[in-house]
Design a protein around this ligand. Structure first.
Ligand code: CP
Ligand code: NVA
Length: 307
Protein backbone atom coordinates (compact mmCIF):
# COMPACT_ATOMS: atom_id res chain seq x y z
CA UNK A 1 0.00 0.00 0.00
CA UNK A 2 1.37 3.41 -0.99
CA UNK A 3 1.89 5.73 1.96
CA UNK A 4 -0.45 8.70 2.36
CA UNK A 5 0.88 12.15 3.26
CA UNK A 6 -0.95 15.39 4.04
CA UNK A 7 1.02 18.21 2.45
CA UNK A 8 -1.74 20.50 1.24
CA UNK A 9 -5.48 20.15 0.78
CA UNK A 10 -5.37 20.03 -3.02
CA UNK A 11 -4.35 16.39 -2.78
CA UNK A 12 -7.60 15.39 -1.05
CA UNK A 13 -10.82 14.84 -2.97
CA UNK A 14 -14.07 16.32 -1.72
CA UNK A 15 -15.17 12.82 -0.75
CA UNK A 16 -11.99 12.27 1.29
CA UNK A 17 -12.40 15.63 3.05
CA UNK A 18 -16.00 14.88 3.98
CA UNK A 19 -14.98 11.41 5.18
CA UNK A 20 -12.29 12.94 7.43
CA UNK A 21 -14.85 15.40 8.84
CA UNK A 22 -17.24 12.53 9.54
CA UNK A 23 -14.57 10.57 11.42
CA UNK A 24 -13.64 13.74 13.33
CA UNK A 25 -17.23 13.98 14.55
CA UNK A 26 -17.19 10.29 15.54
CA UNK A 27 -13.92 10.60 17.50
CA UNK A 28 -15.14 13.81 19.15
CA UNK A 29 -18.09 11.91 20.60
CA UNK A 30 -16.16 8.74 21.47
CA UNK A 31 -12.68 9.20 22.87
CA UNK A 32 -12.09 5.42 22.62
CA UNK A 33 -12.63 5.46 18.82
CA UNK A 34 -9.66 3.72 17.10
CA UNK A 35 -7.96 3.51 20.50
CA UNK A 36 -5.29 1.09 19.23
CA UNK A 37 -4.63 2.72 15.85
CA UNK A 38 -1.03 3.65 16.68
CA UNK A 39 -0.20 0.87 19.14
CA UNK A 40 3.49 0.07 18.82
CA UNK A 41 4.04 3.08 16.54
CA UNK A 42 6.14 6.18 17.14
CA UNK A 43 5.33 9.53 15.51
CA UNK A 44 7.90 12.33 15.39
CA UNK A 45 6.94 15.98 15.73
CA UNK A 46 9.67 17.82 13.84
CA UNK A 47 9.11 21.52 14.62
CA UNK A 48 11.22 24.47 13.45
CA UNK A 49 8.82 26.99 15.03
CA UNK A 50 6.95 27.29 18.34
CA UNK A 51 3.50 25.76 18.78
CA UNK A 52 0.80 25.36 21.37
CA UNK A 53 -2.23 23.87 19.58
CA UNK A 54 -0.52 21.78 16.91
CA UNK A 55 2.03 20.22 19.20
CA UNK A 56 -0.25 19.55 22.16
CA UNK A 57 -3.22 18.32 20.12
CA UNK A 58 -1.04 15.93 18.11
CA UNK A 59 0.70 14.65 21.26
CA UNK A 60 -2.63 14.05 23.00
CA UNK A 61 -4.21 12.51 19.89
CA UNK A 62 -1.26 10.14 19.39
CA UNK A 63 -1.47 9.15 23.06
CA UNK A 64 -5.25 8.52 22.76
CA UNK A 65 -4.44 6.21 19.81
CA UNK A 66 -1.94 4.31 22.05
CA UNK A 67 1.04 5.63 20.07
CA UNK A 68 4.32 7.11 21.20
CA UNK A 69 5.35 10.66 20.40
CA UNK A 70 8.87 12.01 19.92
CA UNK A 71 9.11 15.81 19.97
CA UNK A 72 12.01 17.21 17.95
CA UNK A 73 12.27 20.97 18.44
CA UNK A 74 14.43 23.41 16.48
CA UNK A 75 17.49 22.75 18.65
CA UNK A 76 17.45 18.96 18.24
CA UNK A 77 17.42 18.53 14.47
CA UNK A 78 18.39 21.96 13.11
CA UNK A 79 16.87 20.95 9.77
CA UNK A 80 19.06 21.64 6.76
CA UNK A 81 21.85 23.13 8.87
CA UNK A 82 23.22 20.27 10.97
CA UNK A 83 22.46 17.85 8.13
CA UNK A 84 20.47 17.90 4.91
CA UNK A 85 16.68 17.63 4.88
CA UNK A 86 16.99 14.40 2.88
CA UNK A 87 19.37 12.82 5.41
CA UNK A 88 17.09 13.82 8.29
CA UNK A 89 14.13 12.30 6.49
CA UNK A 90 15.86 9.02 5.59
CA UNK A 91 17.21 8.61 9.12
CA UNK A 92 13.90 9.34 10.86
CA UNK A 93 12.19 6.85 8.53
CA UNK A 94 14.31 4.09 10.14
CA UNK A 95 13.00 4.88 13.65
CA UNK A 96 9.55 6.35 13.28
CA UNK A 97 6.23 5.42 11.65
CA UNK A 98 5.20 8.97 10.77
CA UNK A 99 6.32 12.60 10.94
CA UNK A 100 4.38 15.78 11.66
CA UNK A 101 6.58 18.62 10.40
CA UNK A 102 6.38 22.38 10.99
CA UNK A 103 8.91 24.20 8.82
CA UNK A 104 9.78 27.65 7.61
CA UNK A 105 10.00 26.71 3.93
CA UNK A 106 7.26 24.68 2.27
CA UNK A 107 9.97 23.18 0.02
CA UNK A 108 11.40 21.49 3.12
CA UNK A 109 8.09 19.72 3.78
CA UNK A 110 8.12 18.48 0.19
CA UNK A 111 11.73 17.34 0.44
CA UNK A 112 11.03 15.58 3.73
CA UNK A 113 8.04 13.83 2.15
CA UNK A 114 9.88 12.78 -1.00
CA UNK A 115 12.72 11.25 1.03
CA UNK A 116 10.61 9.61 3.73
CA UNK A 117 9.41 6.04 3.50
CA UNK A 118 6.82 6.93 6.18
CA UNK A 119 3.82 9.32 6.05
CA UNK A 120 4.46 13.05 6.55
CA UNK A 121 1.82 15.49 7.79
CA UNK A 122 2.32 19.23 7.25
CA UNK A 123 1.93 20.90 10.66
CA UNK A 124 2.35 24.39 9.08
CA UNK A 125 4.76 25.79 6.52
CA UNK A 126 5.13 29.28 5.07
CA UNK A 127 2.54 28.36 2.40
CA UNK A 128 0.00 26.04 4.01
CA UNK A 129 -1.62 24.88 7.25
CA UNK A 130 -3.80 21.94 6.10
CA UNK A 131 -4.60 20.59 9.59
CA UNK A 132 -5.98 24.03 10.42
CA UNK A 133 -7.96 24.21 7.17
CA UNK A 134 -9.66 20.86 7.80
CA UNK A 135 -10.37 21.82 11.42
CA UNK A 136 -11.91 25.06 10.22
CA UNK A 137 -14.28 23.19 7.89
CA UNK A 138 -15.18 20.81 10.72
CA UNK A 139 -15.88 23.73 13.08
CA UNK A 140 -18.04 25.55 10.51
CA UNK A 141 -20.03 22.38 9.80
CA UNK A 142 -20.44 21.72 13.51
CA UNK A 143 -21.67 25.25 14.27
CA UNK A 144 -23.68 26.11 11.14
CA UNK A 145 -24.82 22.55 10.27
CA UNK A 146 -23.75 22.96 6.64
CA UNK A 147 -20.83 23.81 4.40
CA UNK A 148 -22.24 24.38 0.91
CA UNK A 149 -23.29 27.98 0.41
CA UNK A 150 -21.64 29.28 3.62
CA UNK A 151 -19.66 32.52 3.07
CA UNK A 152 -16.39 33.13 4.93
CA UNK A 153 -14.94 36.64 5.12
CA UNK A 154 -11.21 36.20 5.73
CA UNK A 155 -9.85 39.61 6.71
CA UNK A 156 -6.09 40.11 6.98
CA UNK A 157 -2.94 38.56 5.59
CA UNK A 158 -3.15 36.23 2.56
CA UNK A 159 -0.93 33.72 4.36
CA UNK A 160 -0.56 29.98 5.07
CA UNK A 161 -3.83 29.80 7.03
CA UNK A 162 -5.65 31.76 4.31
CA UNK A 163 -4.28 29.46 1.58
CA UNK A 164 -5.40 26.26 3.28
CA UNK A 165 -8.80 27.74 4.10
CA UNK A 166 -9.20 28.80 0.44
CA UNK A 167 -8.49 25.29 -0.79
CA UNK A 168 -10.71 23.74 1.89
CA UNK A 169 -13.54 26.09 0.92
CA UNK A 170 -13.08 25.52 -2.81
CA UNK A 171 -13.25 21.75 -2.37
CA UNK A 172 -16.50 21.84 -0.39
CA UNK A 173 -18.69 24.52 -1.97
CA UNK A 174 -17.94 27.20 0.63
CA UNK A 175 -17.59 30.79 -0.63
CA UNK A 176 -14.68 32.88 0.58
CA UNK A 177 -14.11 36.64 0.32
CA UNK A 178 -10.58 37.62 1.24
CA UNK A 179 -9.91 41.23 2.24
CA UNK A 180 -6.20 42.10 2.36
CA UNK A 181 -4.21 45.32 1.97
CA UNK A 182 -2.43 45.88 -1.35
CA UNK A 183 0.63 43.61 -1.50
CA UNK A 184 -0.67 41.20 1.17
CA UNK A 185 -3.16 39.19 -0.87
CA UNK A 186 -2.93 35.41 -1.23
CA UNK A 187 -0.33 33.77 -3.47
CA UNK A 188 -1.70 34.29 -7.03
CA UNK A 189 -1.05 30.67 -8.11
CA UNK A 190 -2.83 29.21 -5.09
CA UNK A 191 -5.68 31.70 -5.56
CA UNK A 192 -6.04 30.68 -9.20
CA UNK A 193 -6.09 26.98 -8.28
CA UNK A 194 -8.72 27.59 -5.60
CA UNK A 195 -10.88 29.54 -8.08
CA UNK A 196 -10.60 26.68 -10.59
CA UNK A 197 -11.32 23.99 -7.97
CA UNK A 198 -14.32 26.01 -6.84
CA UNK A 199 -15.87 25.80 -10.30
CA UNK A 200 -16.57 22.11 -9.68
CA UNK A 201 -18.35 22.71 -6.35
CA UNK A 202 -20.01 26.12 -6.89
CA UNK A 203 -17.59 27.79 -4.47
CA UNK A 204 -16.73 31.40 -5.27
CA UNK A 205 -13.36 32.69 -4.06
CA UNK A 206 -12.66 36.41 -4.44
CA UNK A 207 -10.20 39.04 -3.19
CA UNK A 208 -10.87 42.67 -2.30
CA UNK A 209 -9.04 45.44 -0.46
CA UNK A 210 -12.23 46.39 1.39
CA UNK A 211 -12.87 44.62 4.74
CA UNK A 212 -16.40 46.05 4.70
CA UNK A 213 -17.16 44.52 1.31
CA UNK A 214 -15.91 41.12 2.51
CA UNK A 215 -17.77 41.23 5.83
CA UNK A 216 -21.13 42.20 4.33
CA UNK A 217 -23.60 39.37 5.04
CA UNK A 218 -20.82 36.84 5.85
CA UNK A 219 -21.63 33.74 7.90
CA UNK A 220 -18.07 33.43 9.18
CA UNK A 221 -15.61 36.23 9.98
CA UNK A 222 -12.07 34.81 10.11
CA UNK A 223 -8.84 36.39 11.40
CA UNK A 224 -5.19 35.45 11.69
CA UNK A 225 -2.23 37.44 13.00
CA UNK A 226 -0.74 40.20 10.85
CA UNK A 227 2.79 39.07 11.69
CA UNK A 228 3.34 35.34 11.20
CA UNK A 229 6.14 33.31 12.74
CA UNK A 230 9.37 34.18 10.94
CA UNK A 231 8.15 37.69 9.93
CA UNK A 232 9.07 39.42 13.19
CA UNK A 233 11.50 41.77 11.41
CA UNK A 234 8.58 43.15 9.36
CA UNK A 235 6.46 43.83 12.42
CA UNK A 236 6.41 47.66 12.37
CA UNK A 237 5.73 47.87 8.65
CA UNK A 238 3.01 45.24 8.82
CA UNK A 239 1.23 46.89 11.75
CA UNK A 240 1.16 50.12 9.74
CA UNK A 241 0.08 48.46 6.48
CA UNK A 242 -2.78 46.53 8.11
CA UNK A 243 -4.39 49.59 9.72
CA UNK A 244 -8.08 49.54 8.78
CA UNK A 245 -8.18 45.73 8.68
CA UNK A 246 -8.92 45.17 12.36
CA UNK A 247 -11.99 43.06 13.05
CA UNK A 248 -14.07 45.12 15.45
CA UNK A 249 -17.74 45.58 16.25
CA UNK A 250 -18.28 48.09 13.42
CA UNK A 251 -17.10 45.43 10.97
CA UNK A 252 -18.92 42.45 12.48
CA UNK A 253 -22.14 44.51 12.51
CA UNK A 254 -22.08 44.13 8.71
CA UNK A 255 -22.05 40.31 8.90
CA UNK A 256 -25.02 37.95 9.05
CA UNK A 257 -26.65 38.42 12.49
CA UNK A 258 -25.83 34.78 13.34
CA UNK A 259 -22.21 35.00 12.17
CA UNK A 260 -19.44 33.09 13.91
CA UNK A 261 -16.01 34.56 14.59
CA UNK A 262 -13.04 32.26 13.97
CA UNK A 263 -9.29 32.64 14.54
CA UNK A 264 -6.66 29.92 14.24
CA UNK A 265 -4.85 31.42 17.29
CA UNK A 266 -2.51 32.65 18.67
CA UNK A 267 -4.34 36.01 18.63
CA UNK A 268 -3.19 39.54 19.31
CA UNK A 269 -6.05 41.48 20.85
CA UNK A 270 -5.96 45.11 19.78
CA UNK A 271 -4.21 44.25 16.50
CA UNK A 272 -6.12 41.99 14.07
CA UNK A 273 -9.16 41.70 16.38
CA UNK A 274 -10.62 43.55 19.36
CA UNK A 275 -11.12 41.79 22.69
CA UNK A 276 -14.83 42.58 22.37
CA UNK A 277 -15.10 40.41 19.25
CA UNK A 278 -12.77 37.52 20.09
CA UNK A 279 -14.12 37.23 23.64
CA UNK A 280 -17.70 37.95 22.58
CA UNK A 281 -20.72 35.68 22.13
CA UNK A 282 -20.17 35.00 18.41
CA UNK A 283 -16.62 33.77 18.92
CA UNK A 284 -15.99 30.02 18.63
CA UNK A 285 -12.18 30.21 18.84
CA UNK A 286 -11.71 27.77 21.73
CA UNK A 287 -14.12 25.21 20.26
CA UNK A 288 -12.09 25.63 17.07
CA UNK A 289 -8.85 25.06 19.02
CA UNK A 290 -10.34 21.95 20.66
CA UNK A 291 -11.40 20.67 17.25
CA UNK A 292 -7.75 20.53 16.19
CA UNK A 293 -7.50 17.42 18.37
CA UNK A 294 -10.53 15.65 16.88
CA UNK A 295 -9.76 16.61 13.29
CA UNK A 296 -6.12 15.56 13.53
CA UNK A 297 -7.17 12.23 15.02
CA UNK A 298 -9.36 11.83 11.94
CA UNK A 299 -6.43 12.80 9.69
CA UNK A 300 -4.24 10.19 11.41
CA UNK A 301 -7.04 7.66 11.02
CA UNK A 302 -7.15 8.42 7.28
CA UNK A 303 -3.38 8.06 6.96
CA UNK A 304 -2.54 5.22 9.33
CA UNK A 305 -5.49 2.86 9.00
CA UNK A 306 -4.03 1.76 5.69
CA UNK A 307 -0.39 1.94 6.73
N1 CP B 1 -3.23 27.42 15.18
C1 CP B 1 -2.04 26.85 15.43
O1 CP B 1 -1.48 26.11 14.60
O2 CP B 1 -1.52 27.12 16.65
P1 CP B 1 -0.05 26.77 17.14
O3 CP B 1 0.90 27.62 16.34
O4 CP B 1 -0.05 27.12 18.60
O5 CP B 1 0.22 25.31 16.90
N1 NVA C 1 -0.04 32.57 10.10
C1 NVA C 1 0.38 32.16 11.42
C2 NVA C 1 -0.41 30.97 11.86
C3 NVA C 1 -0.07 30.45 13.22
C4 NVA C 1 -0.86 29.23 13.56
C5 NVA C 1 1.87 31.86 11.39
O1 NVA C 1 2.34 31.24 10.42
O2 NVA C 1 2.55 32.22 12.35
Amino acid sequence: MKKRDLINLEQLSQEEILRILGVAMAVKHDVSHSAHLLKGKSIGLLFQKPSNRTRVSFEVGISQFSGNCVYLGPDEINLGVRETVADVSKTLSRYLHGIVARTHRHEDIIELTENASIPVINGLSDLYHPCQGLTDLFSIKEKLQRLEGVTIAYIGDGNNVCHSLMLAAAKTGVHMKIAAPAGYGPNPDILQRAIELGQATGSEISVTQSPQEAAQGANVIYADVWVSMGQEDERDKRLADFQGFQINKALTDLADPNYIFMHCLPAHRGEEVTAEVIDGEHSIVFDQAENRLHTQKAIMNFIFNTW
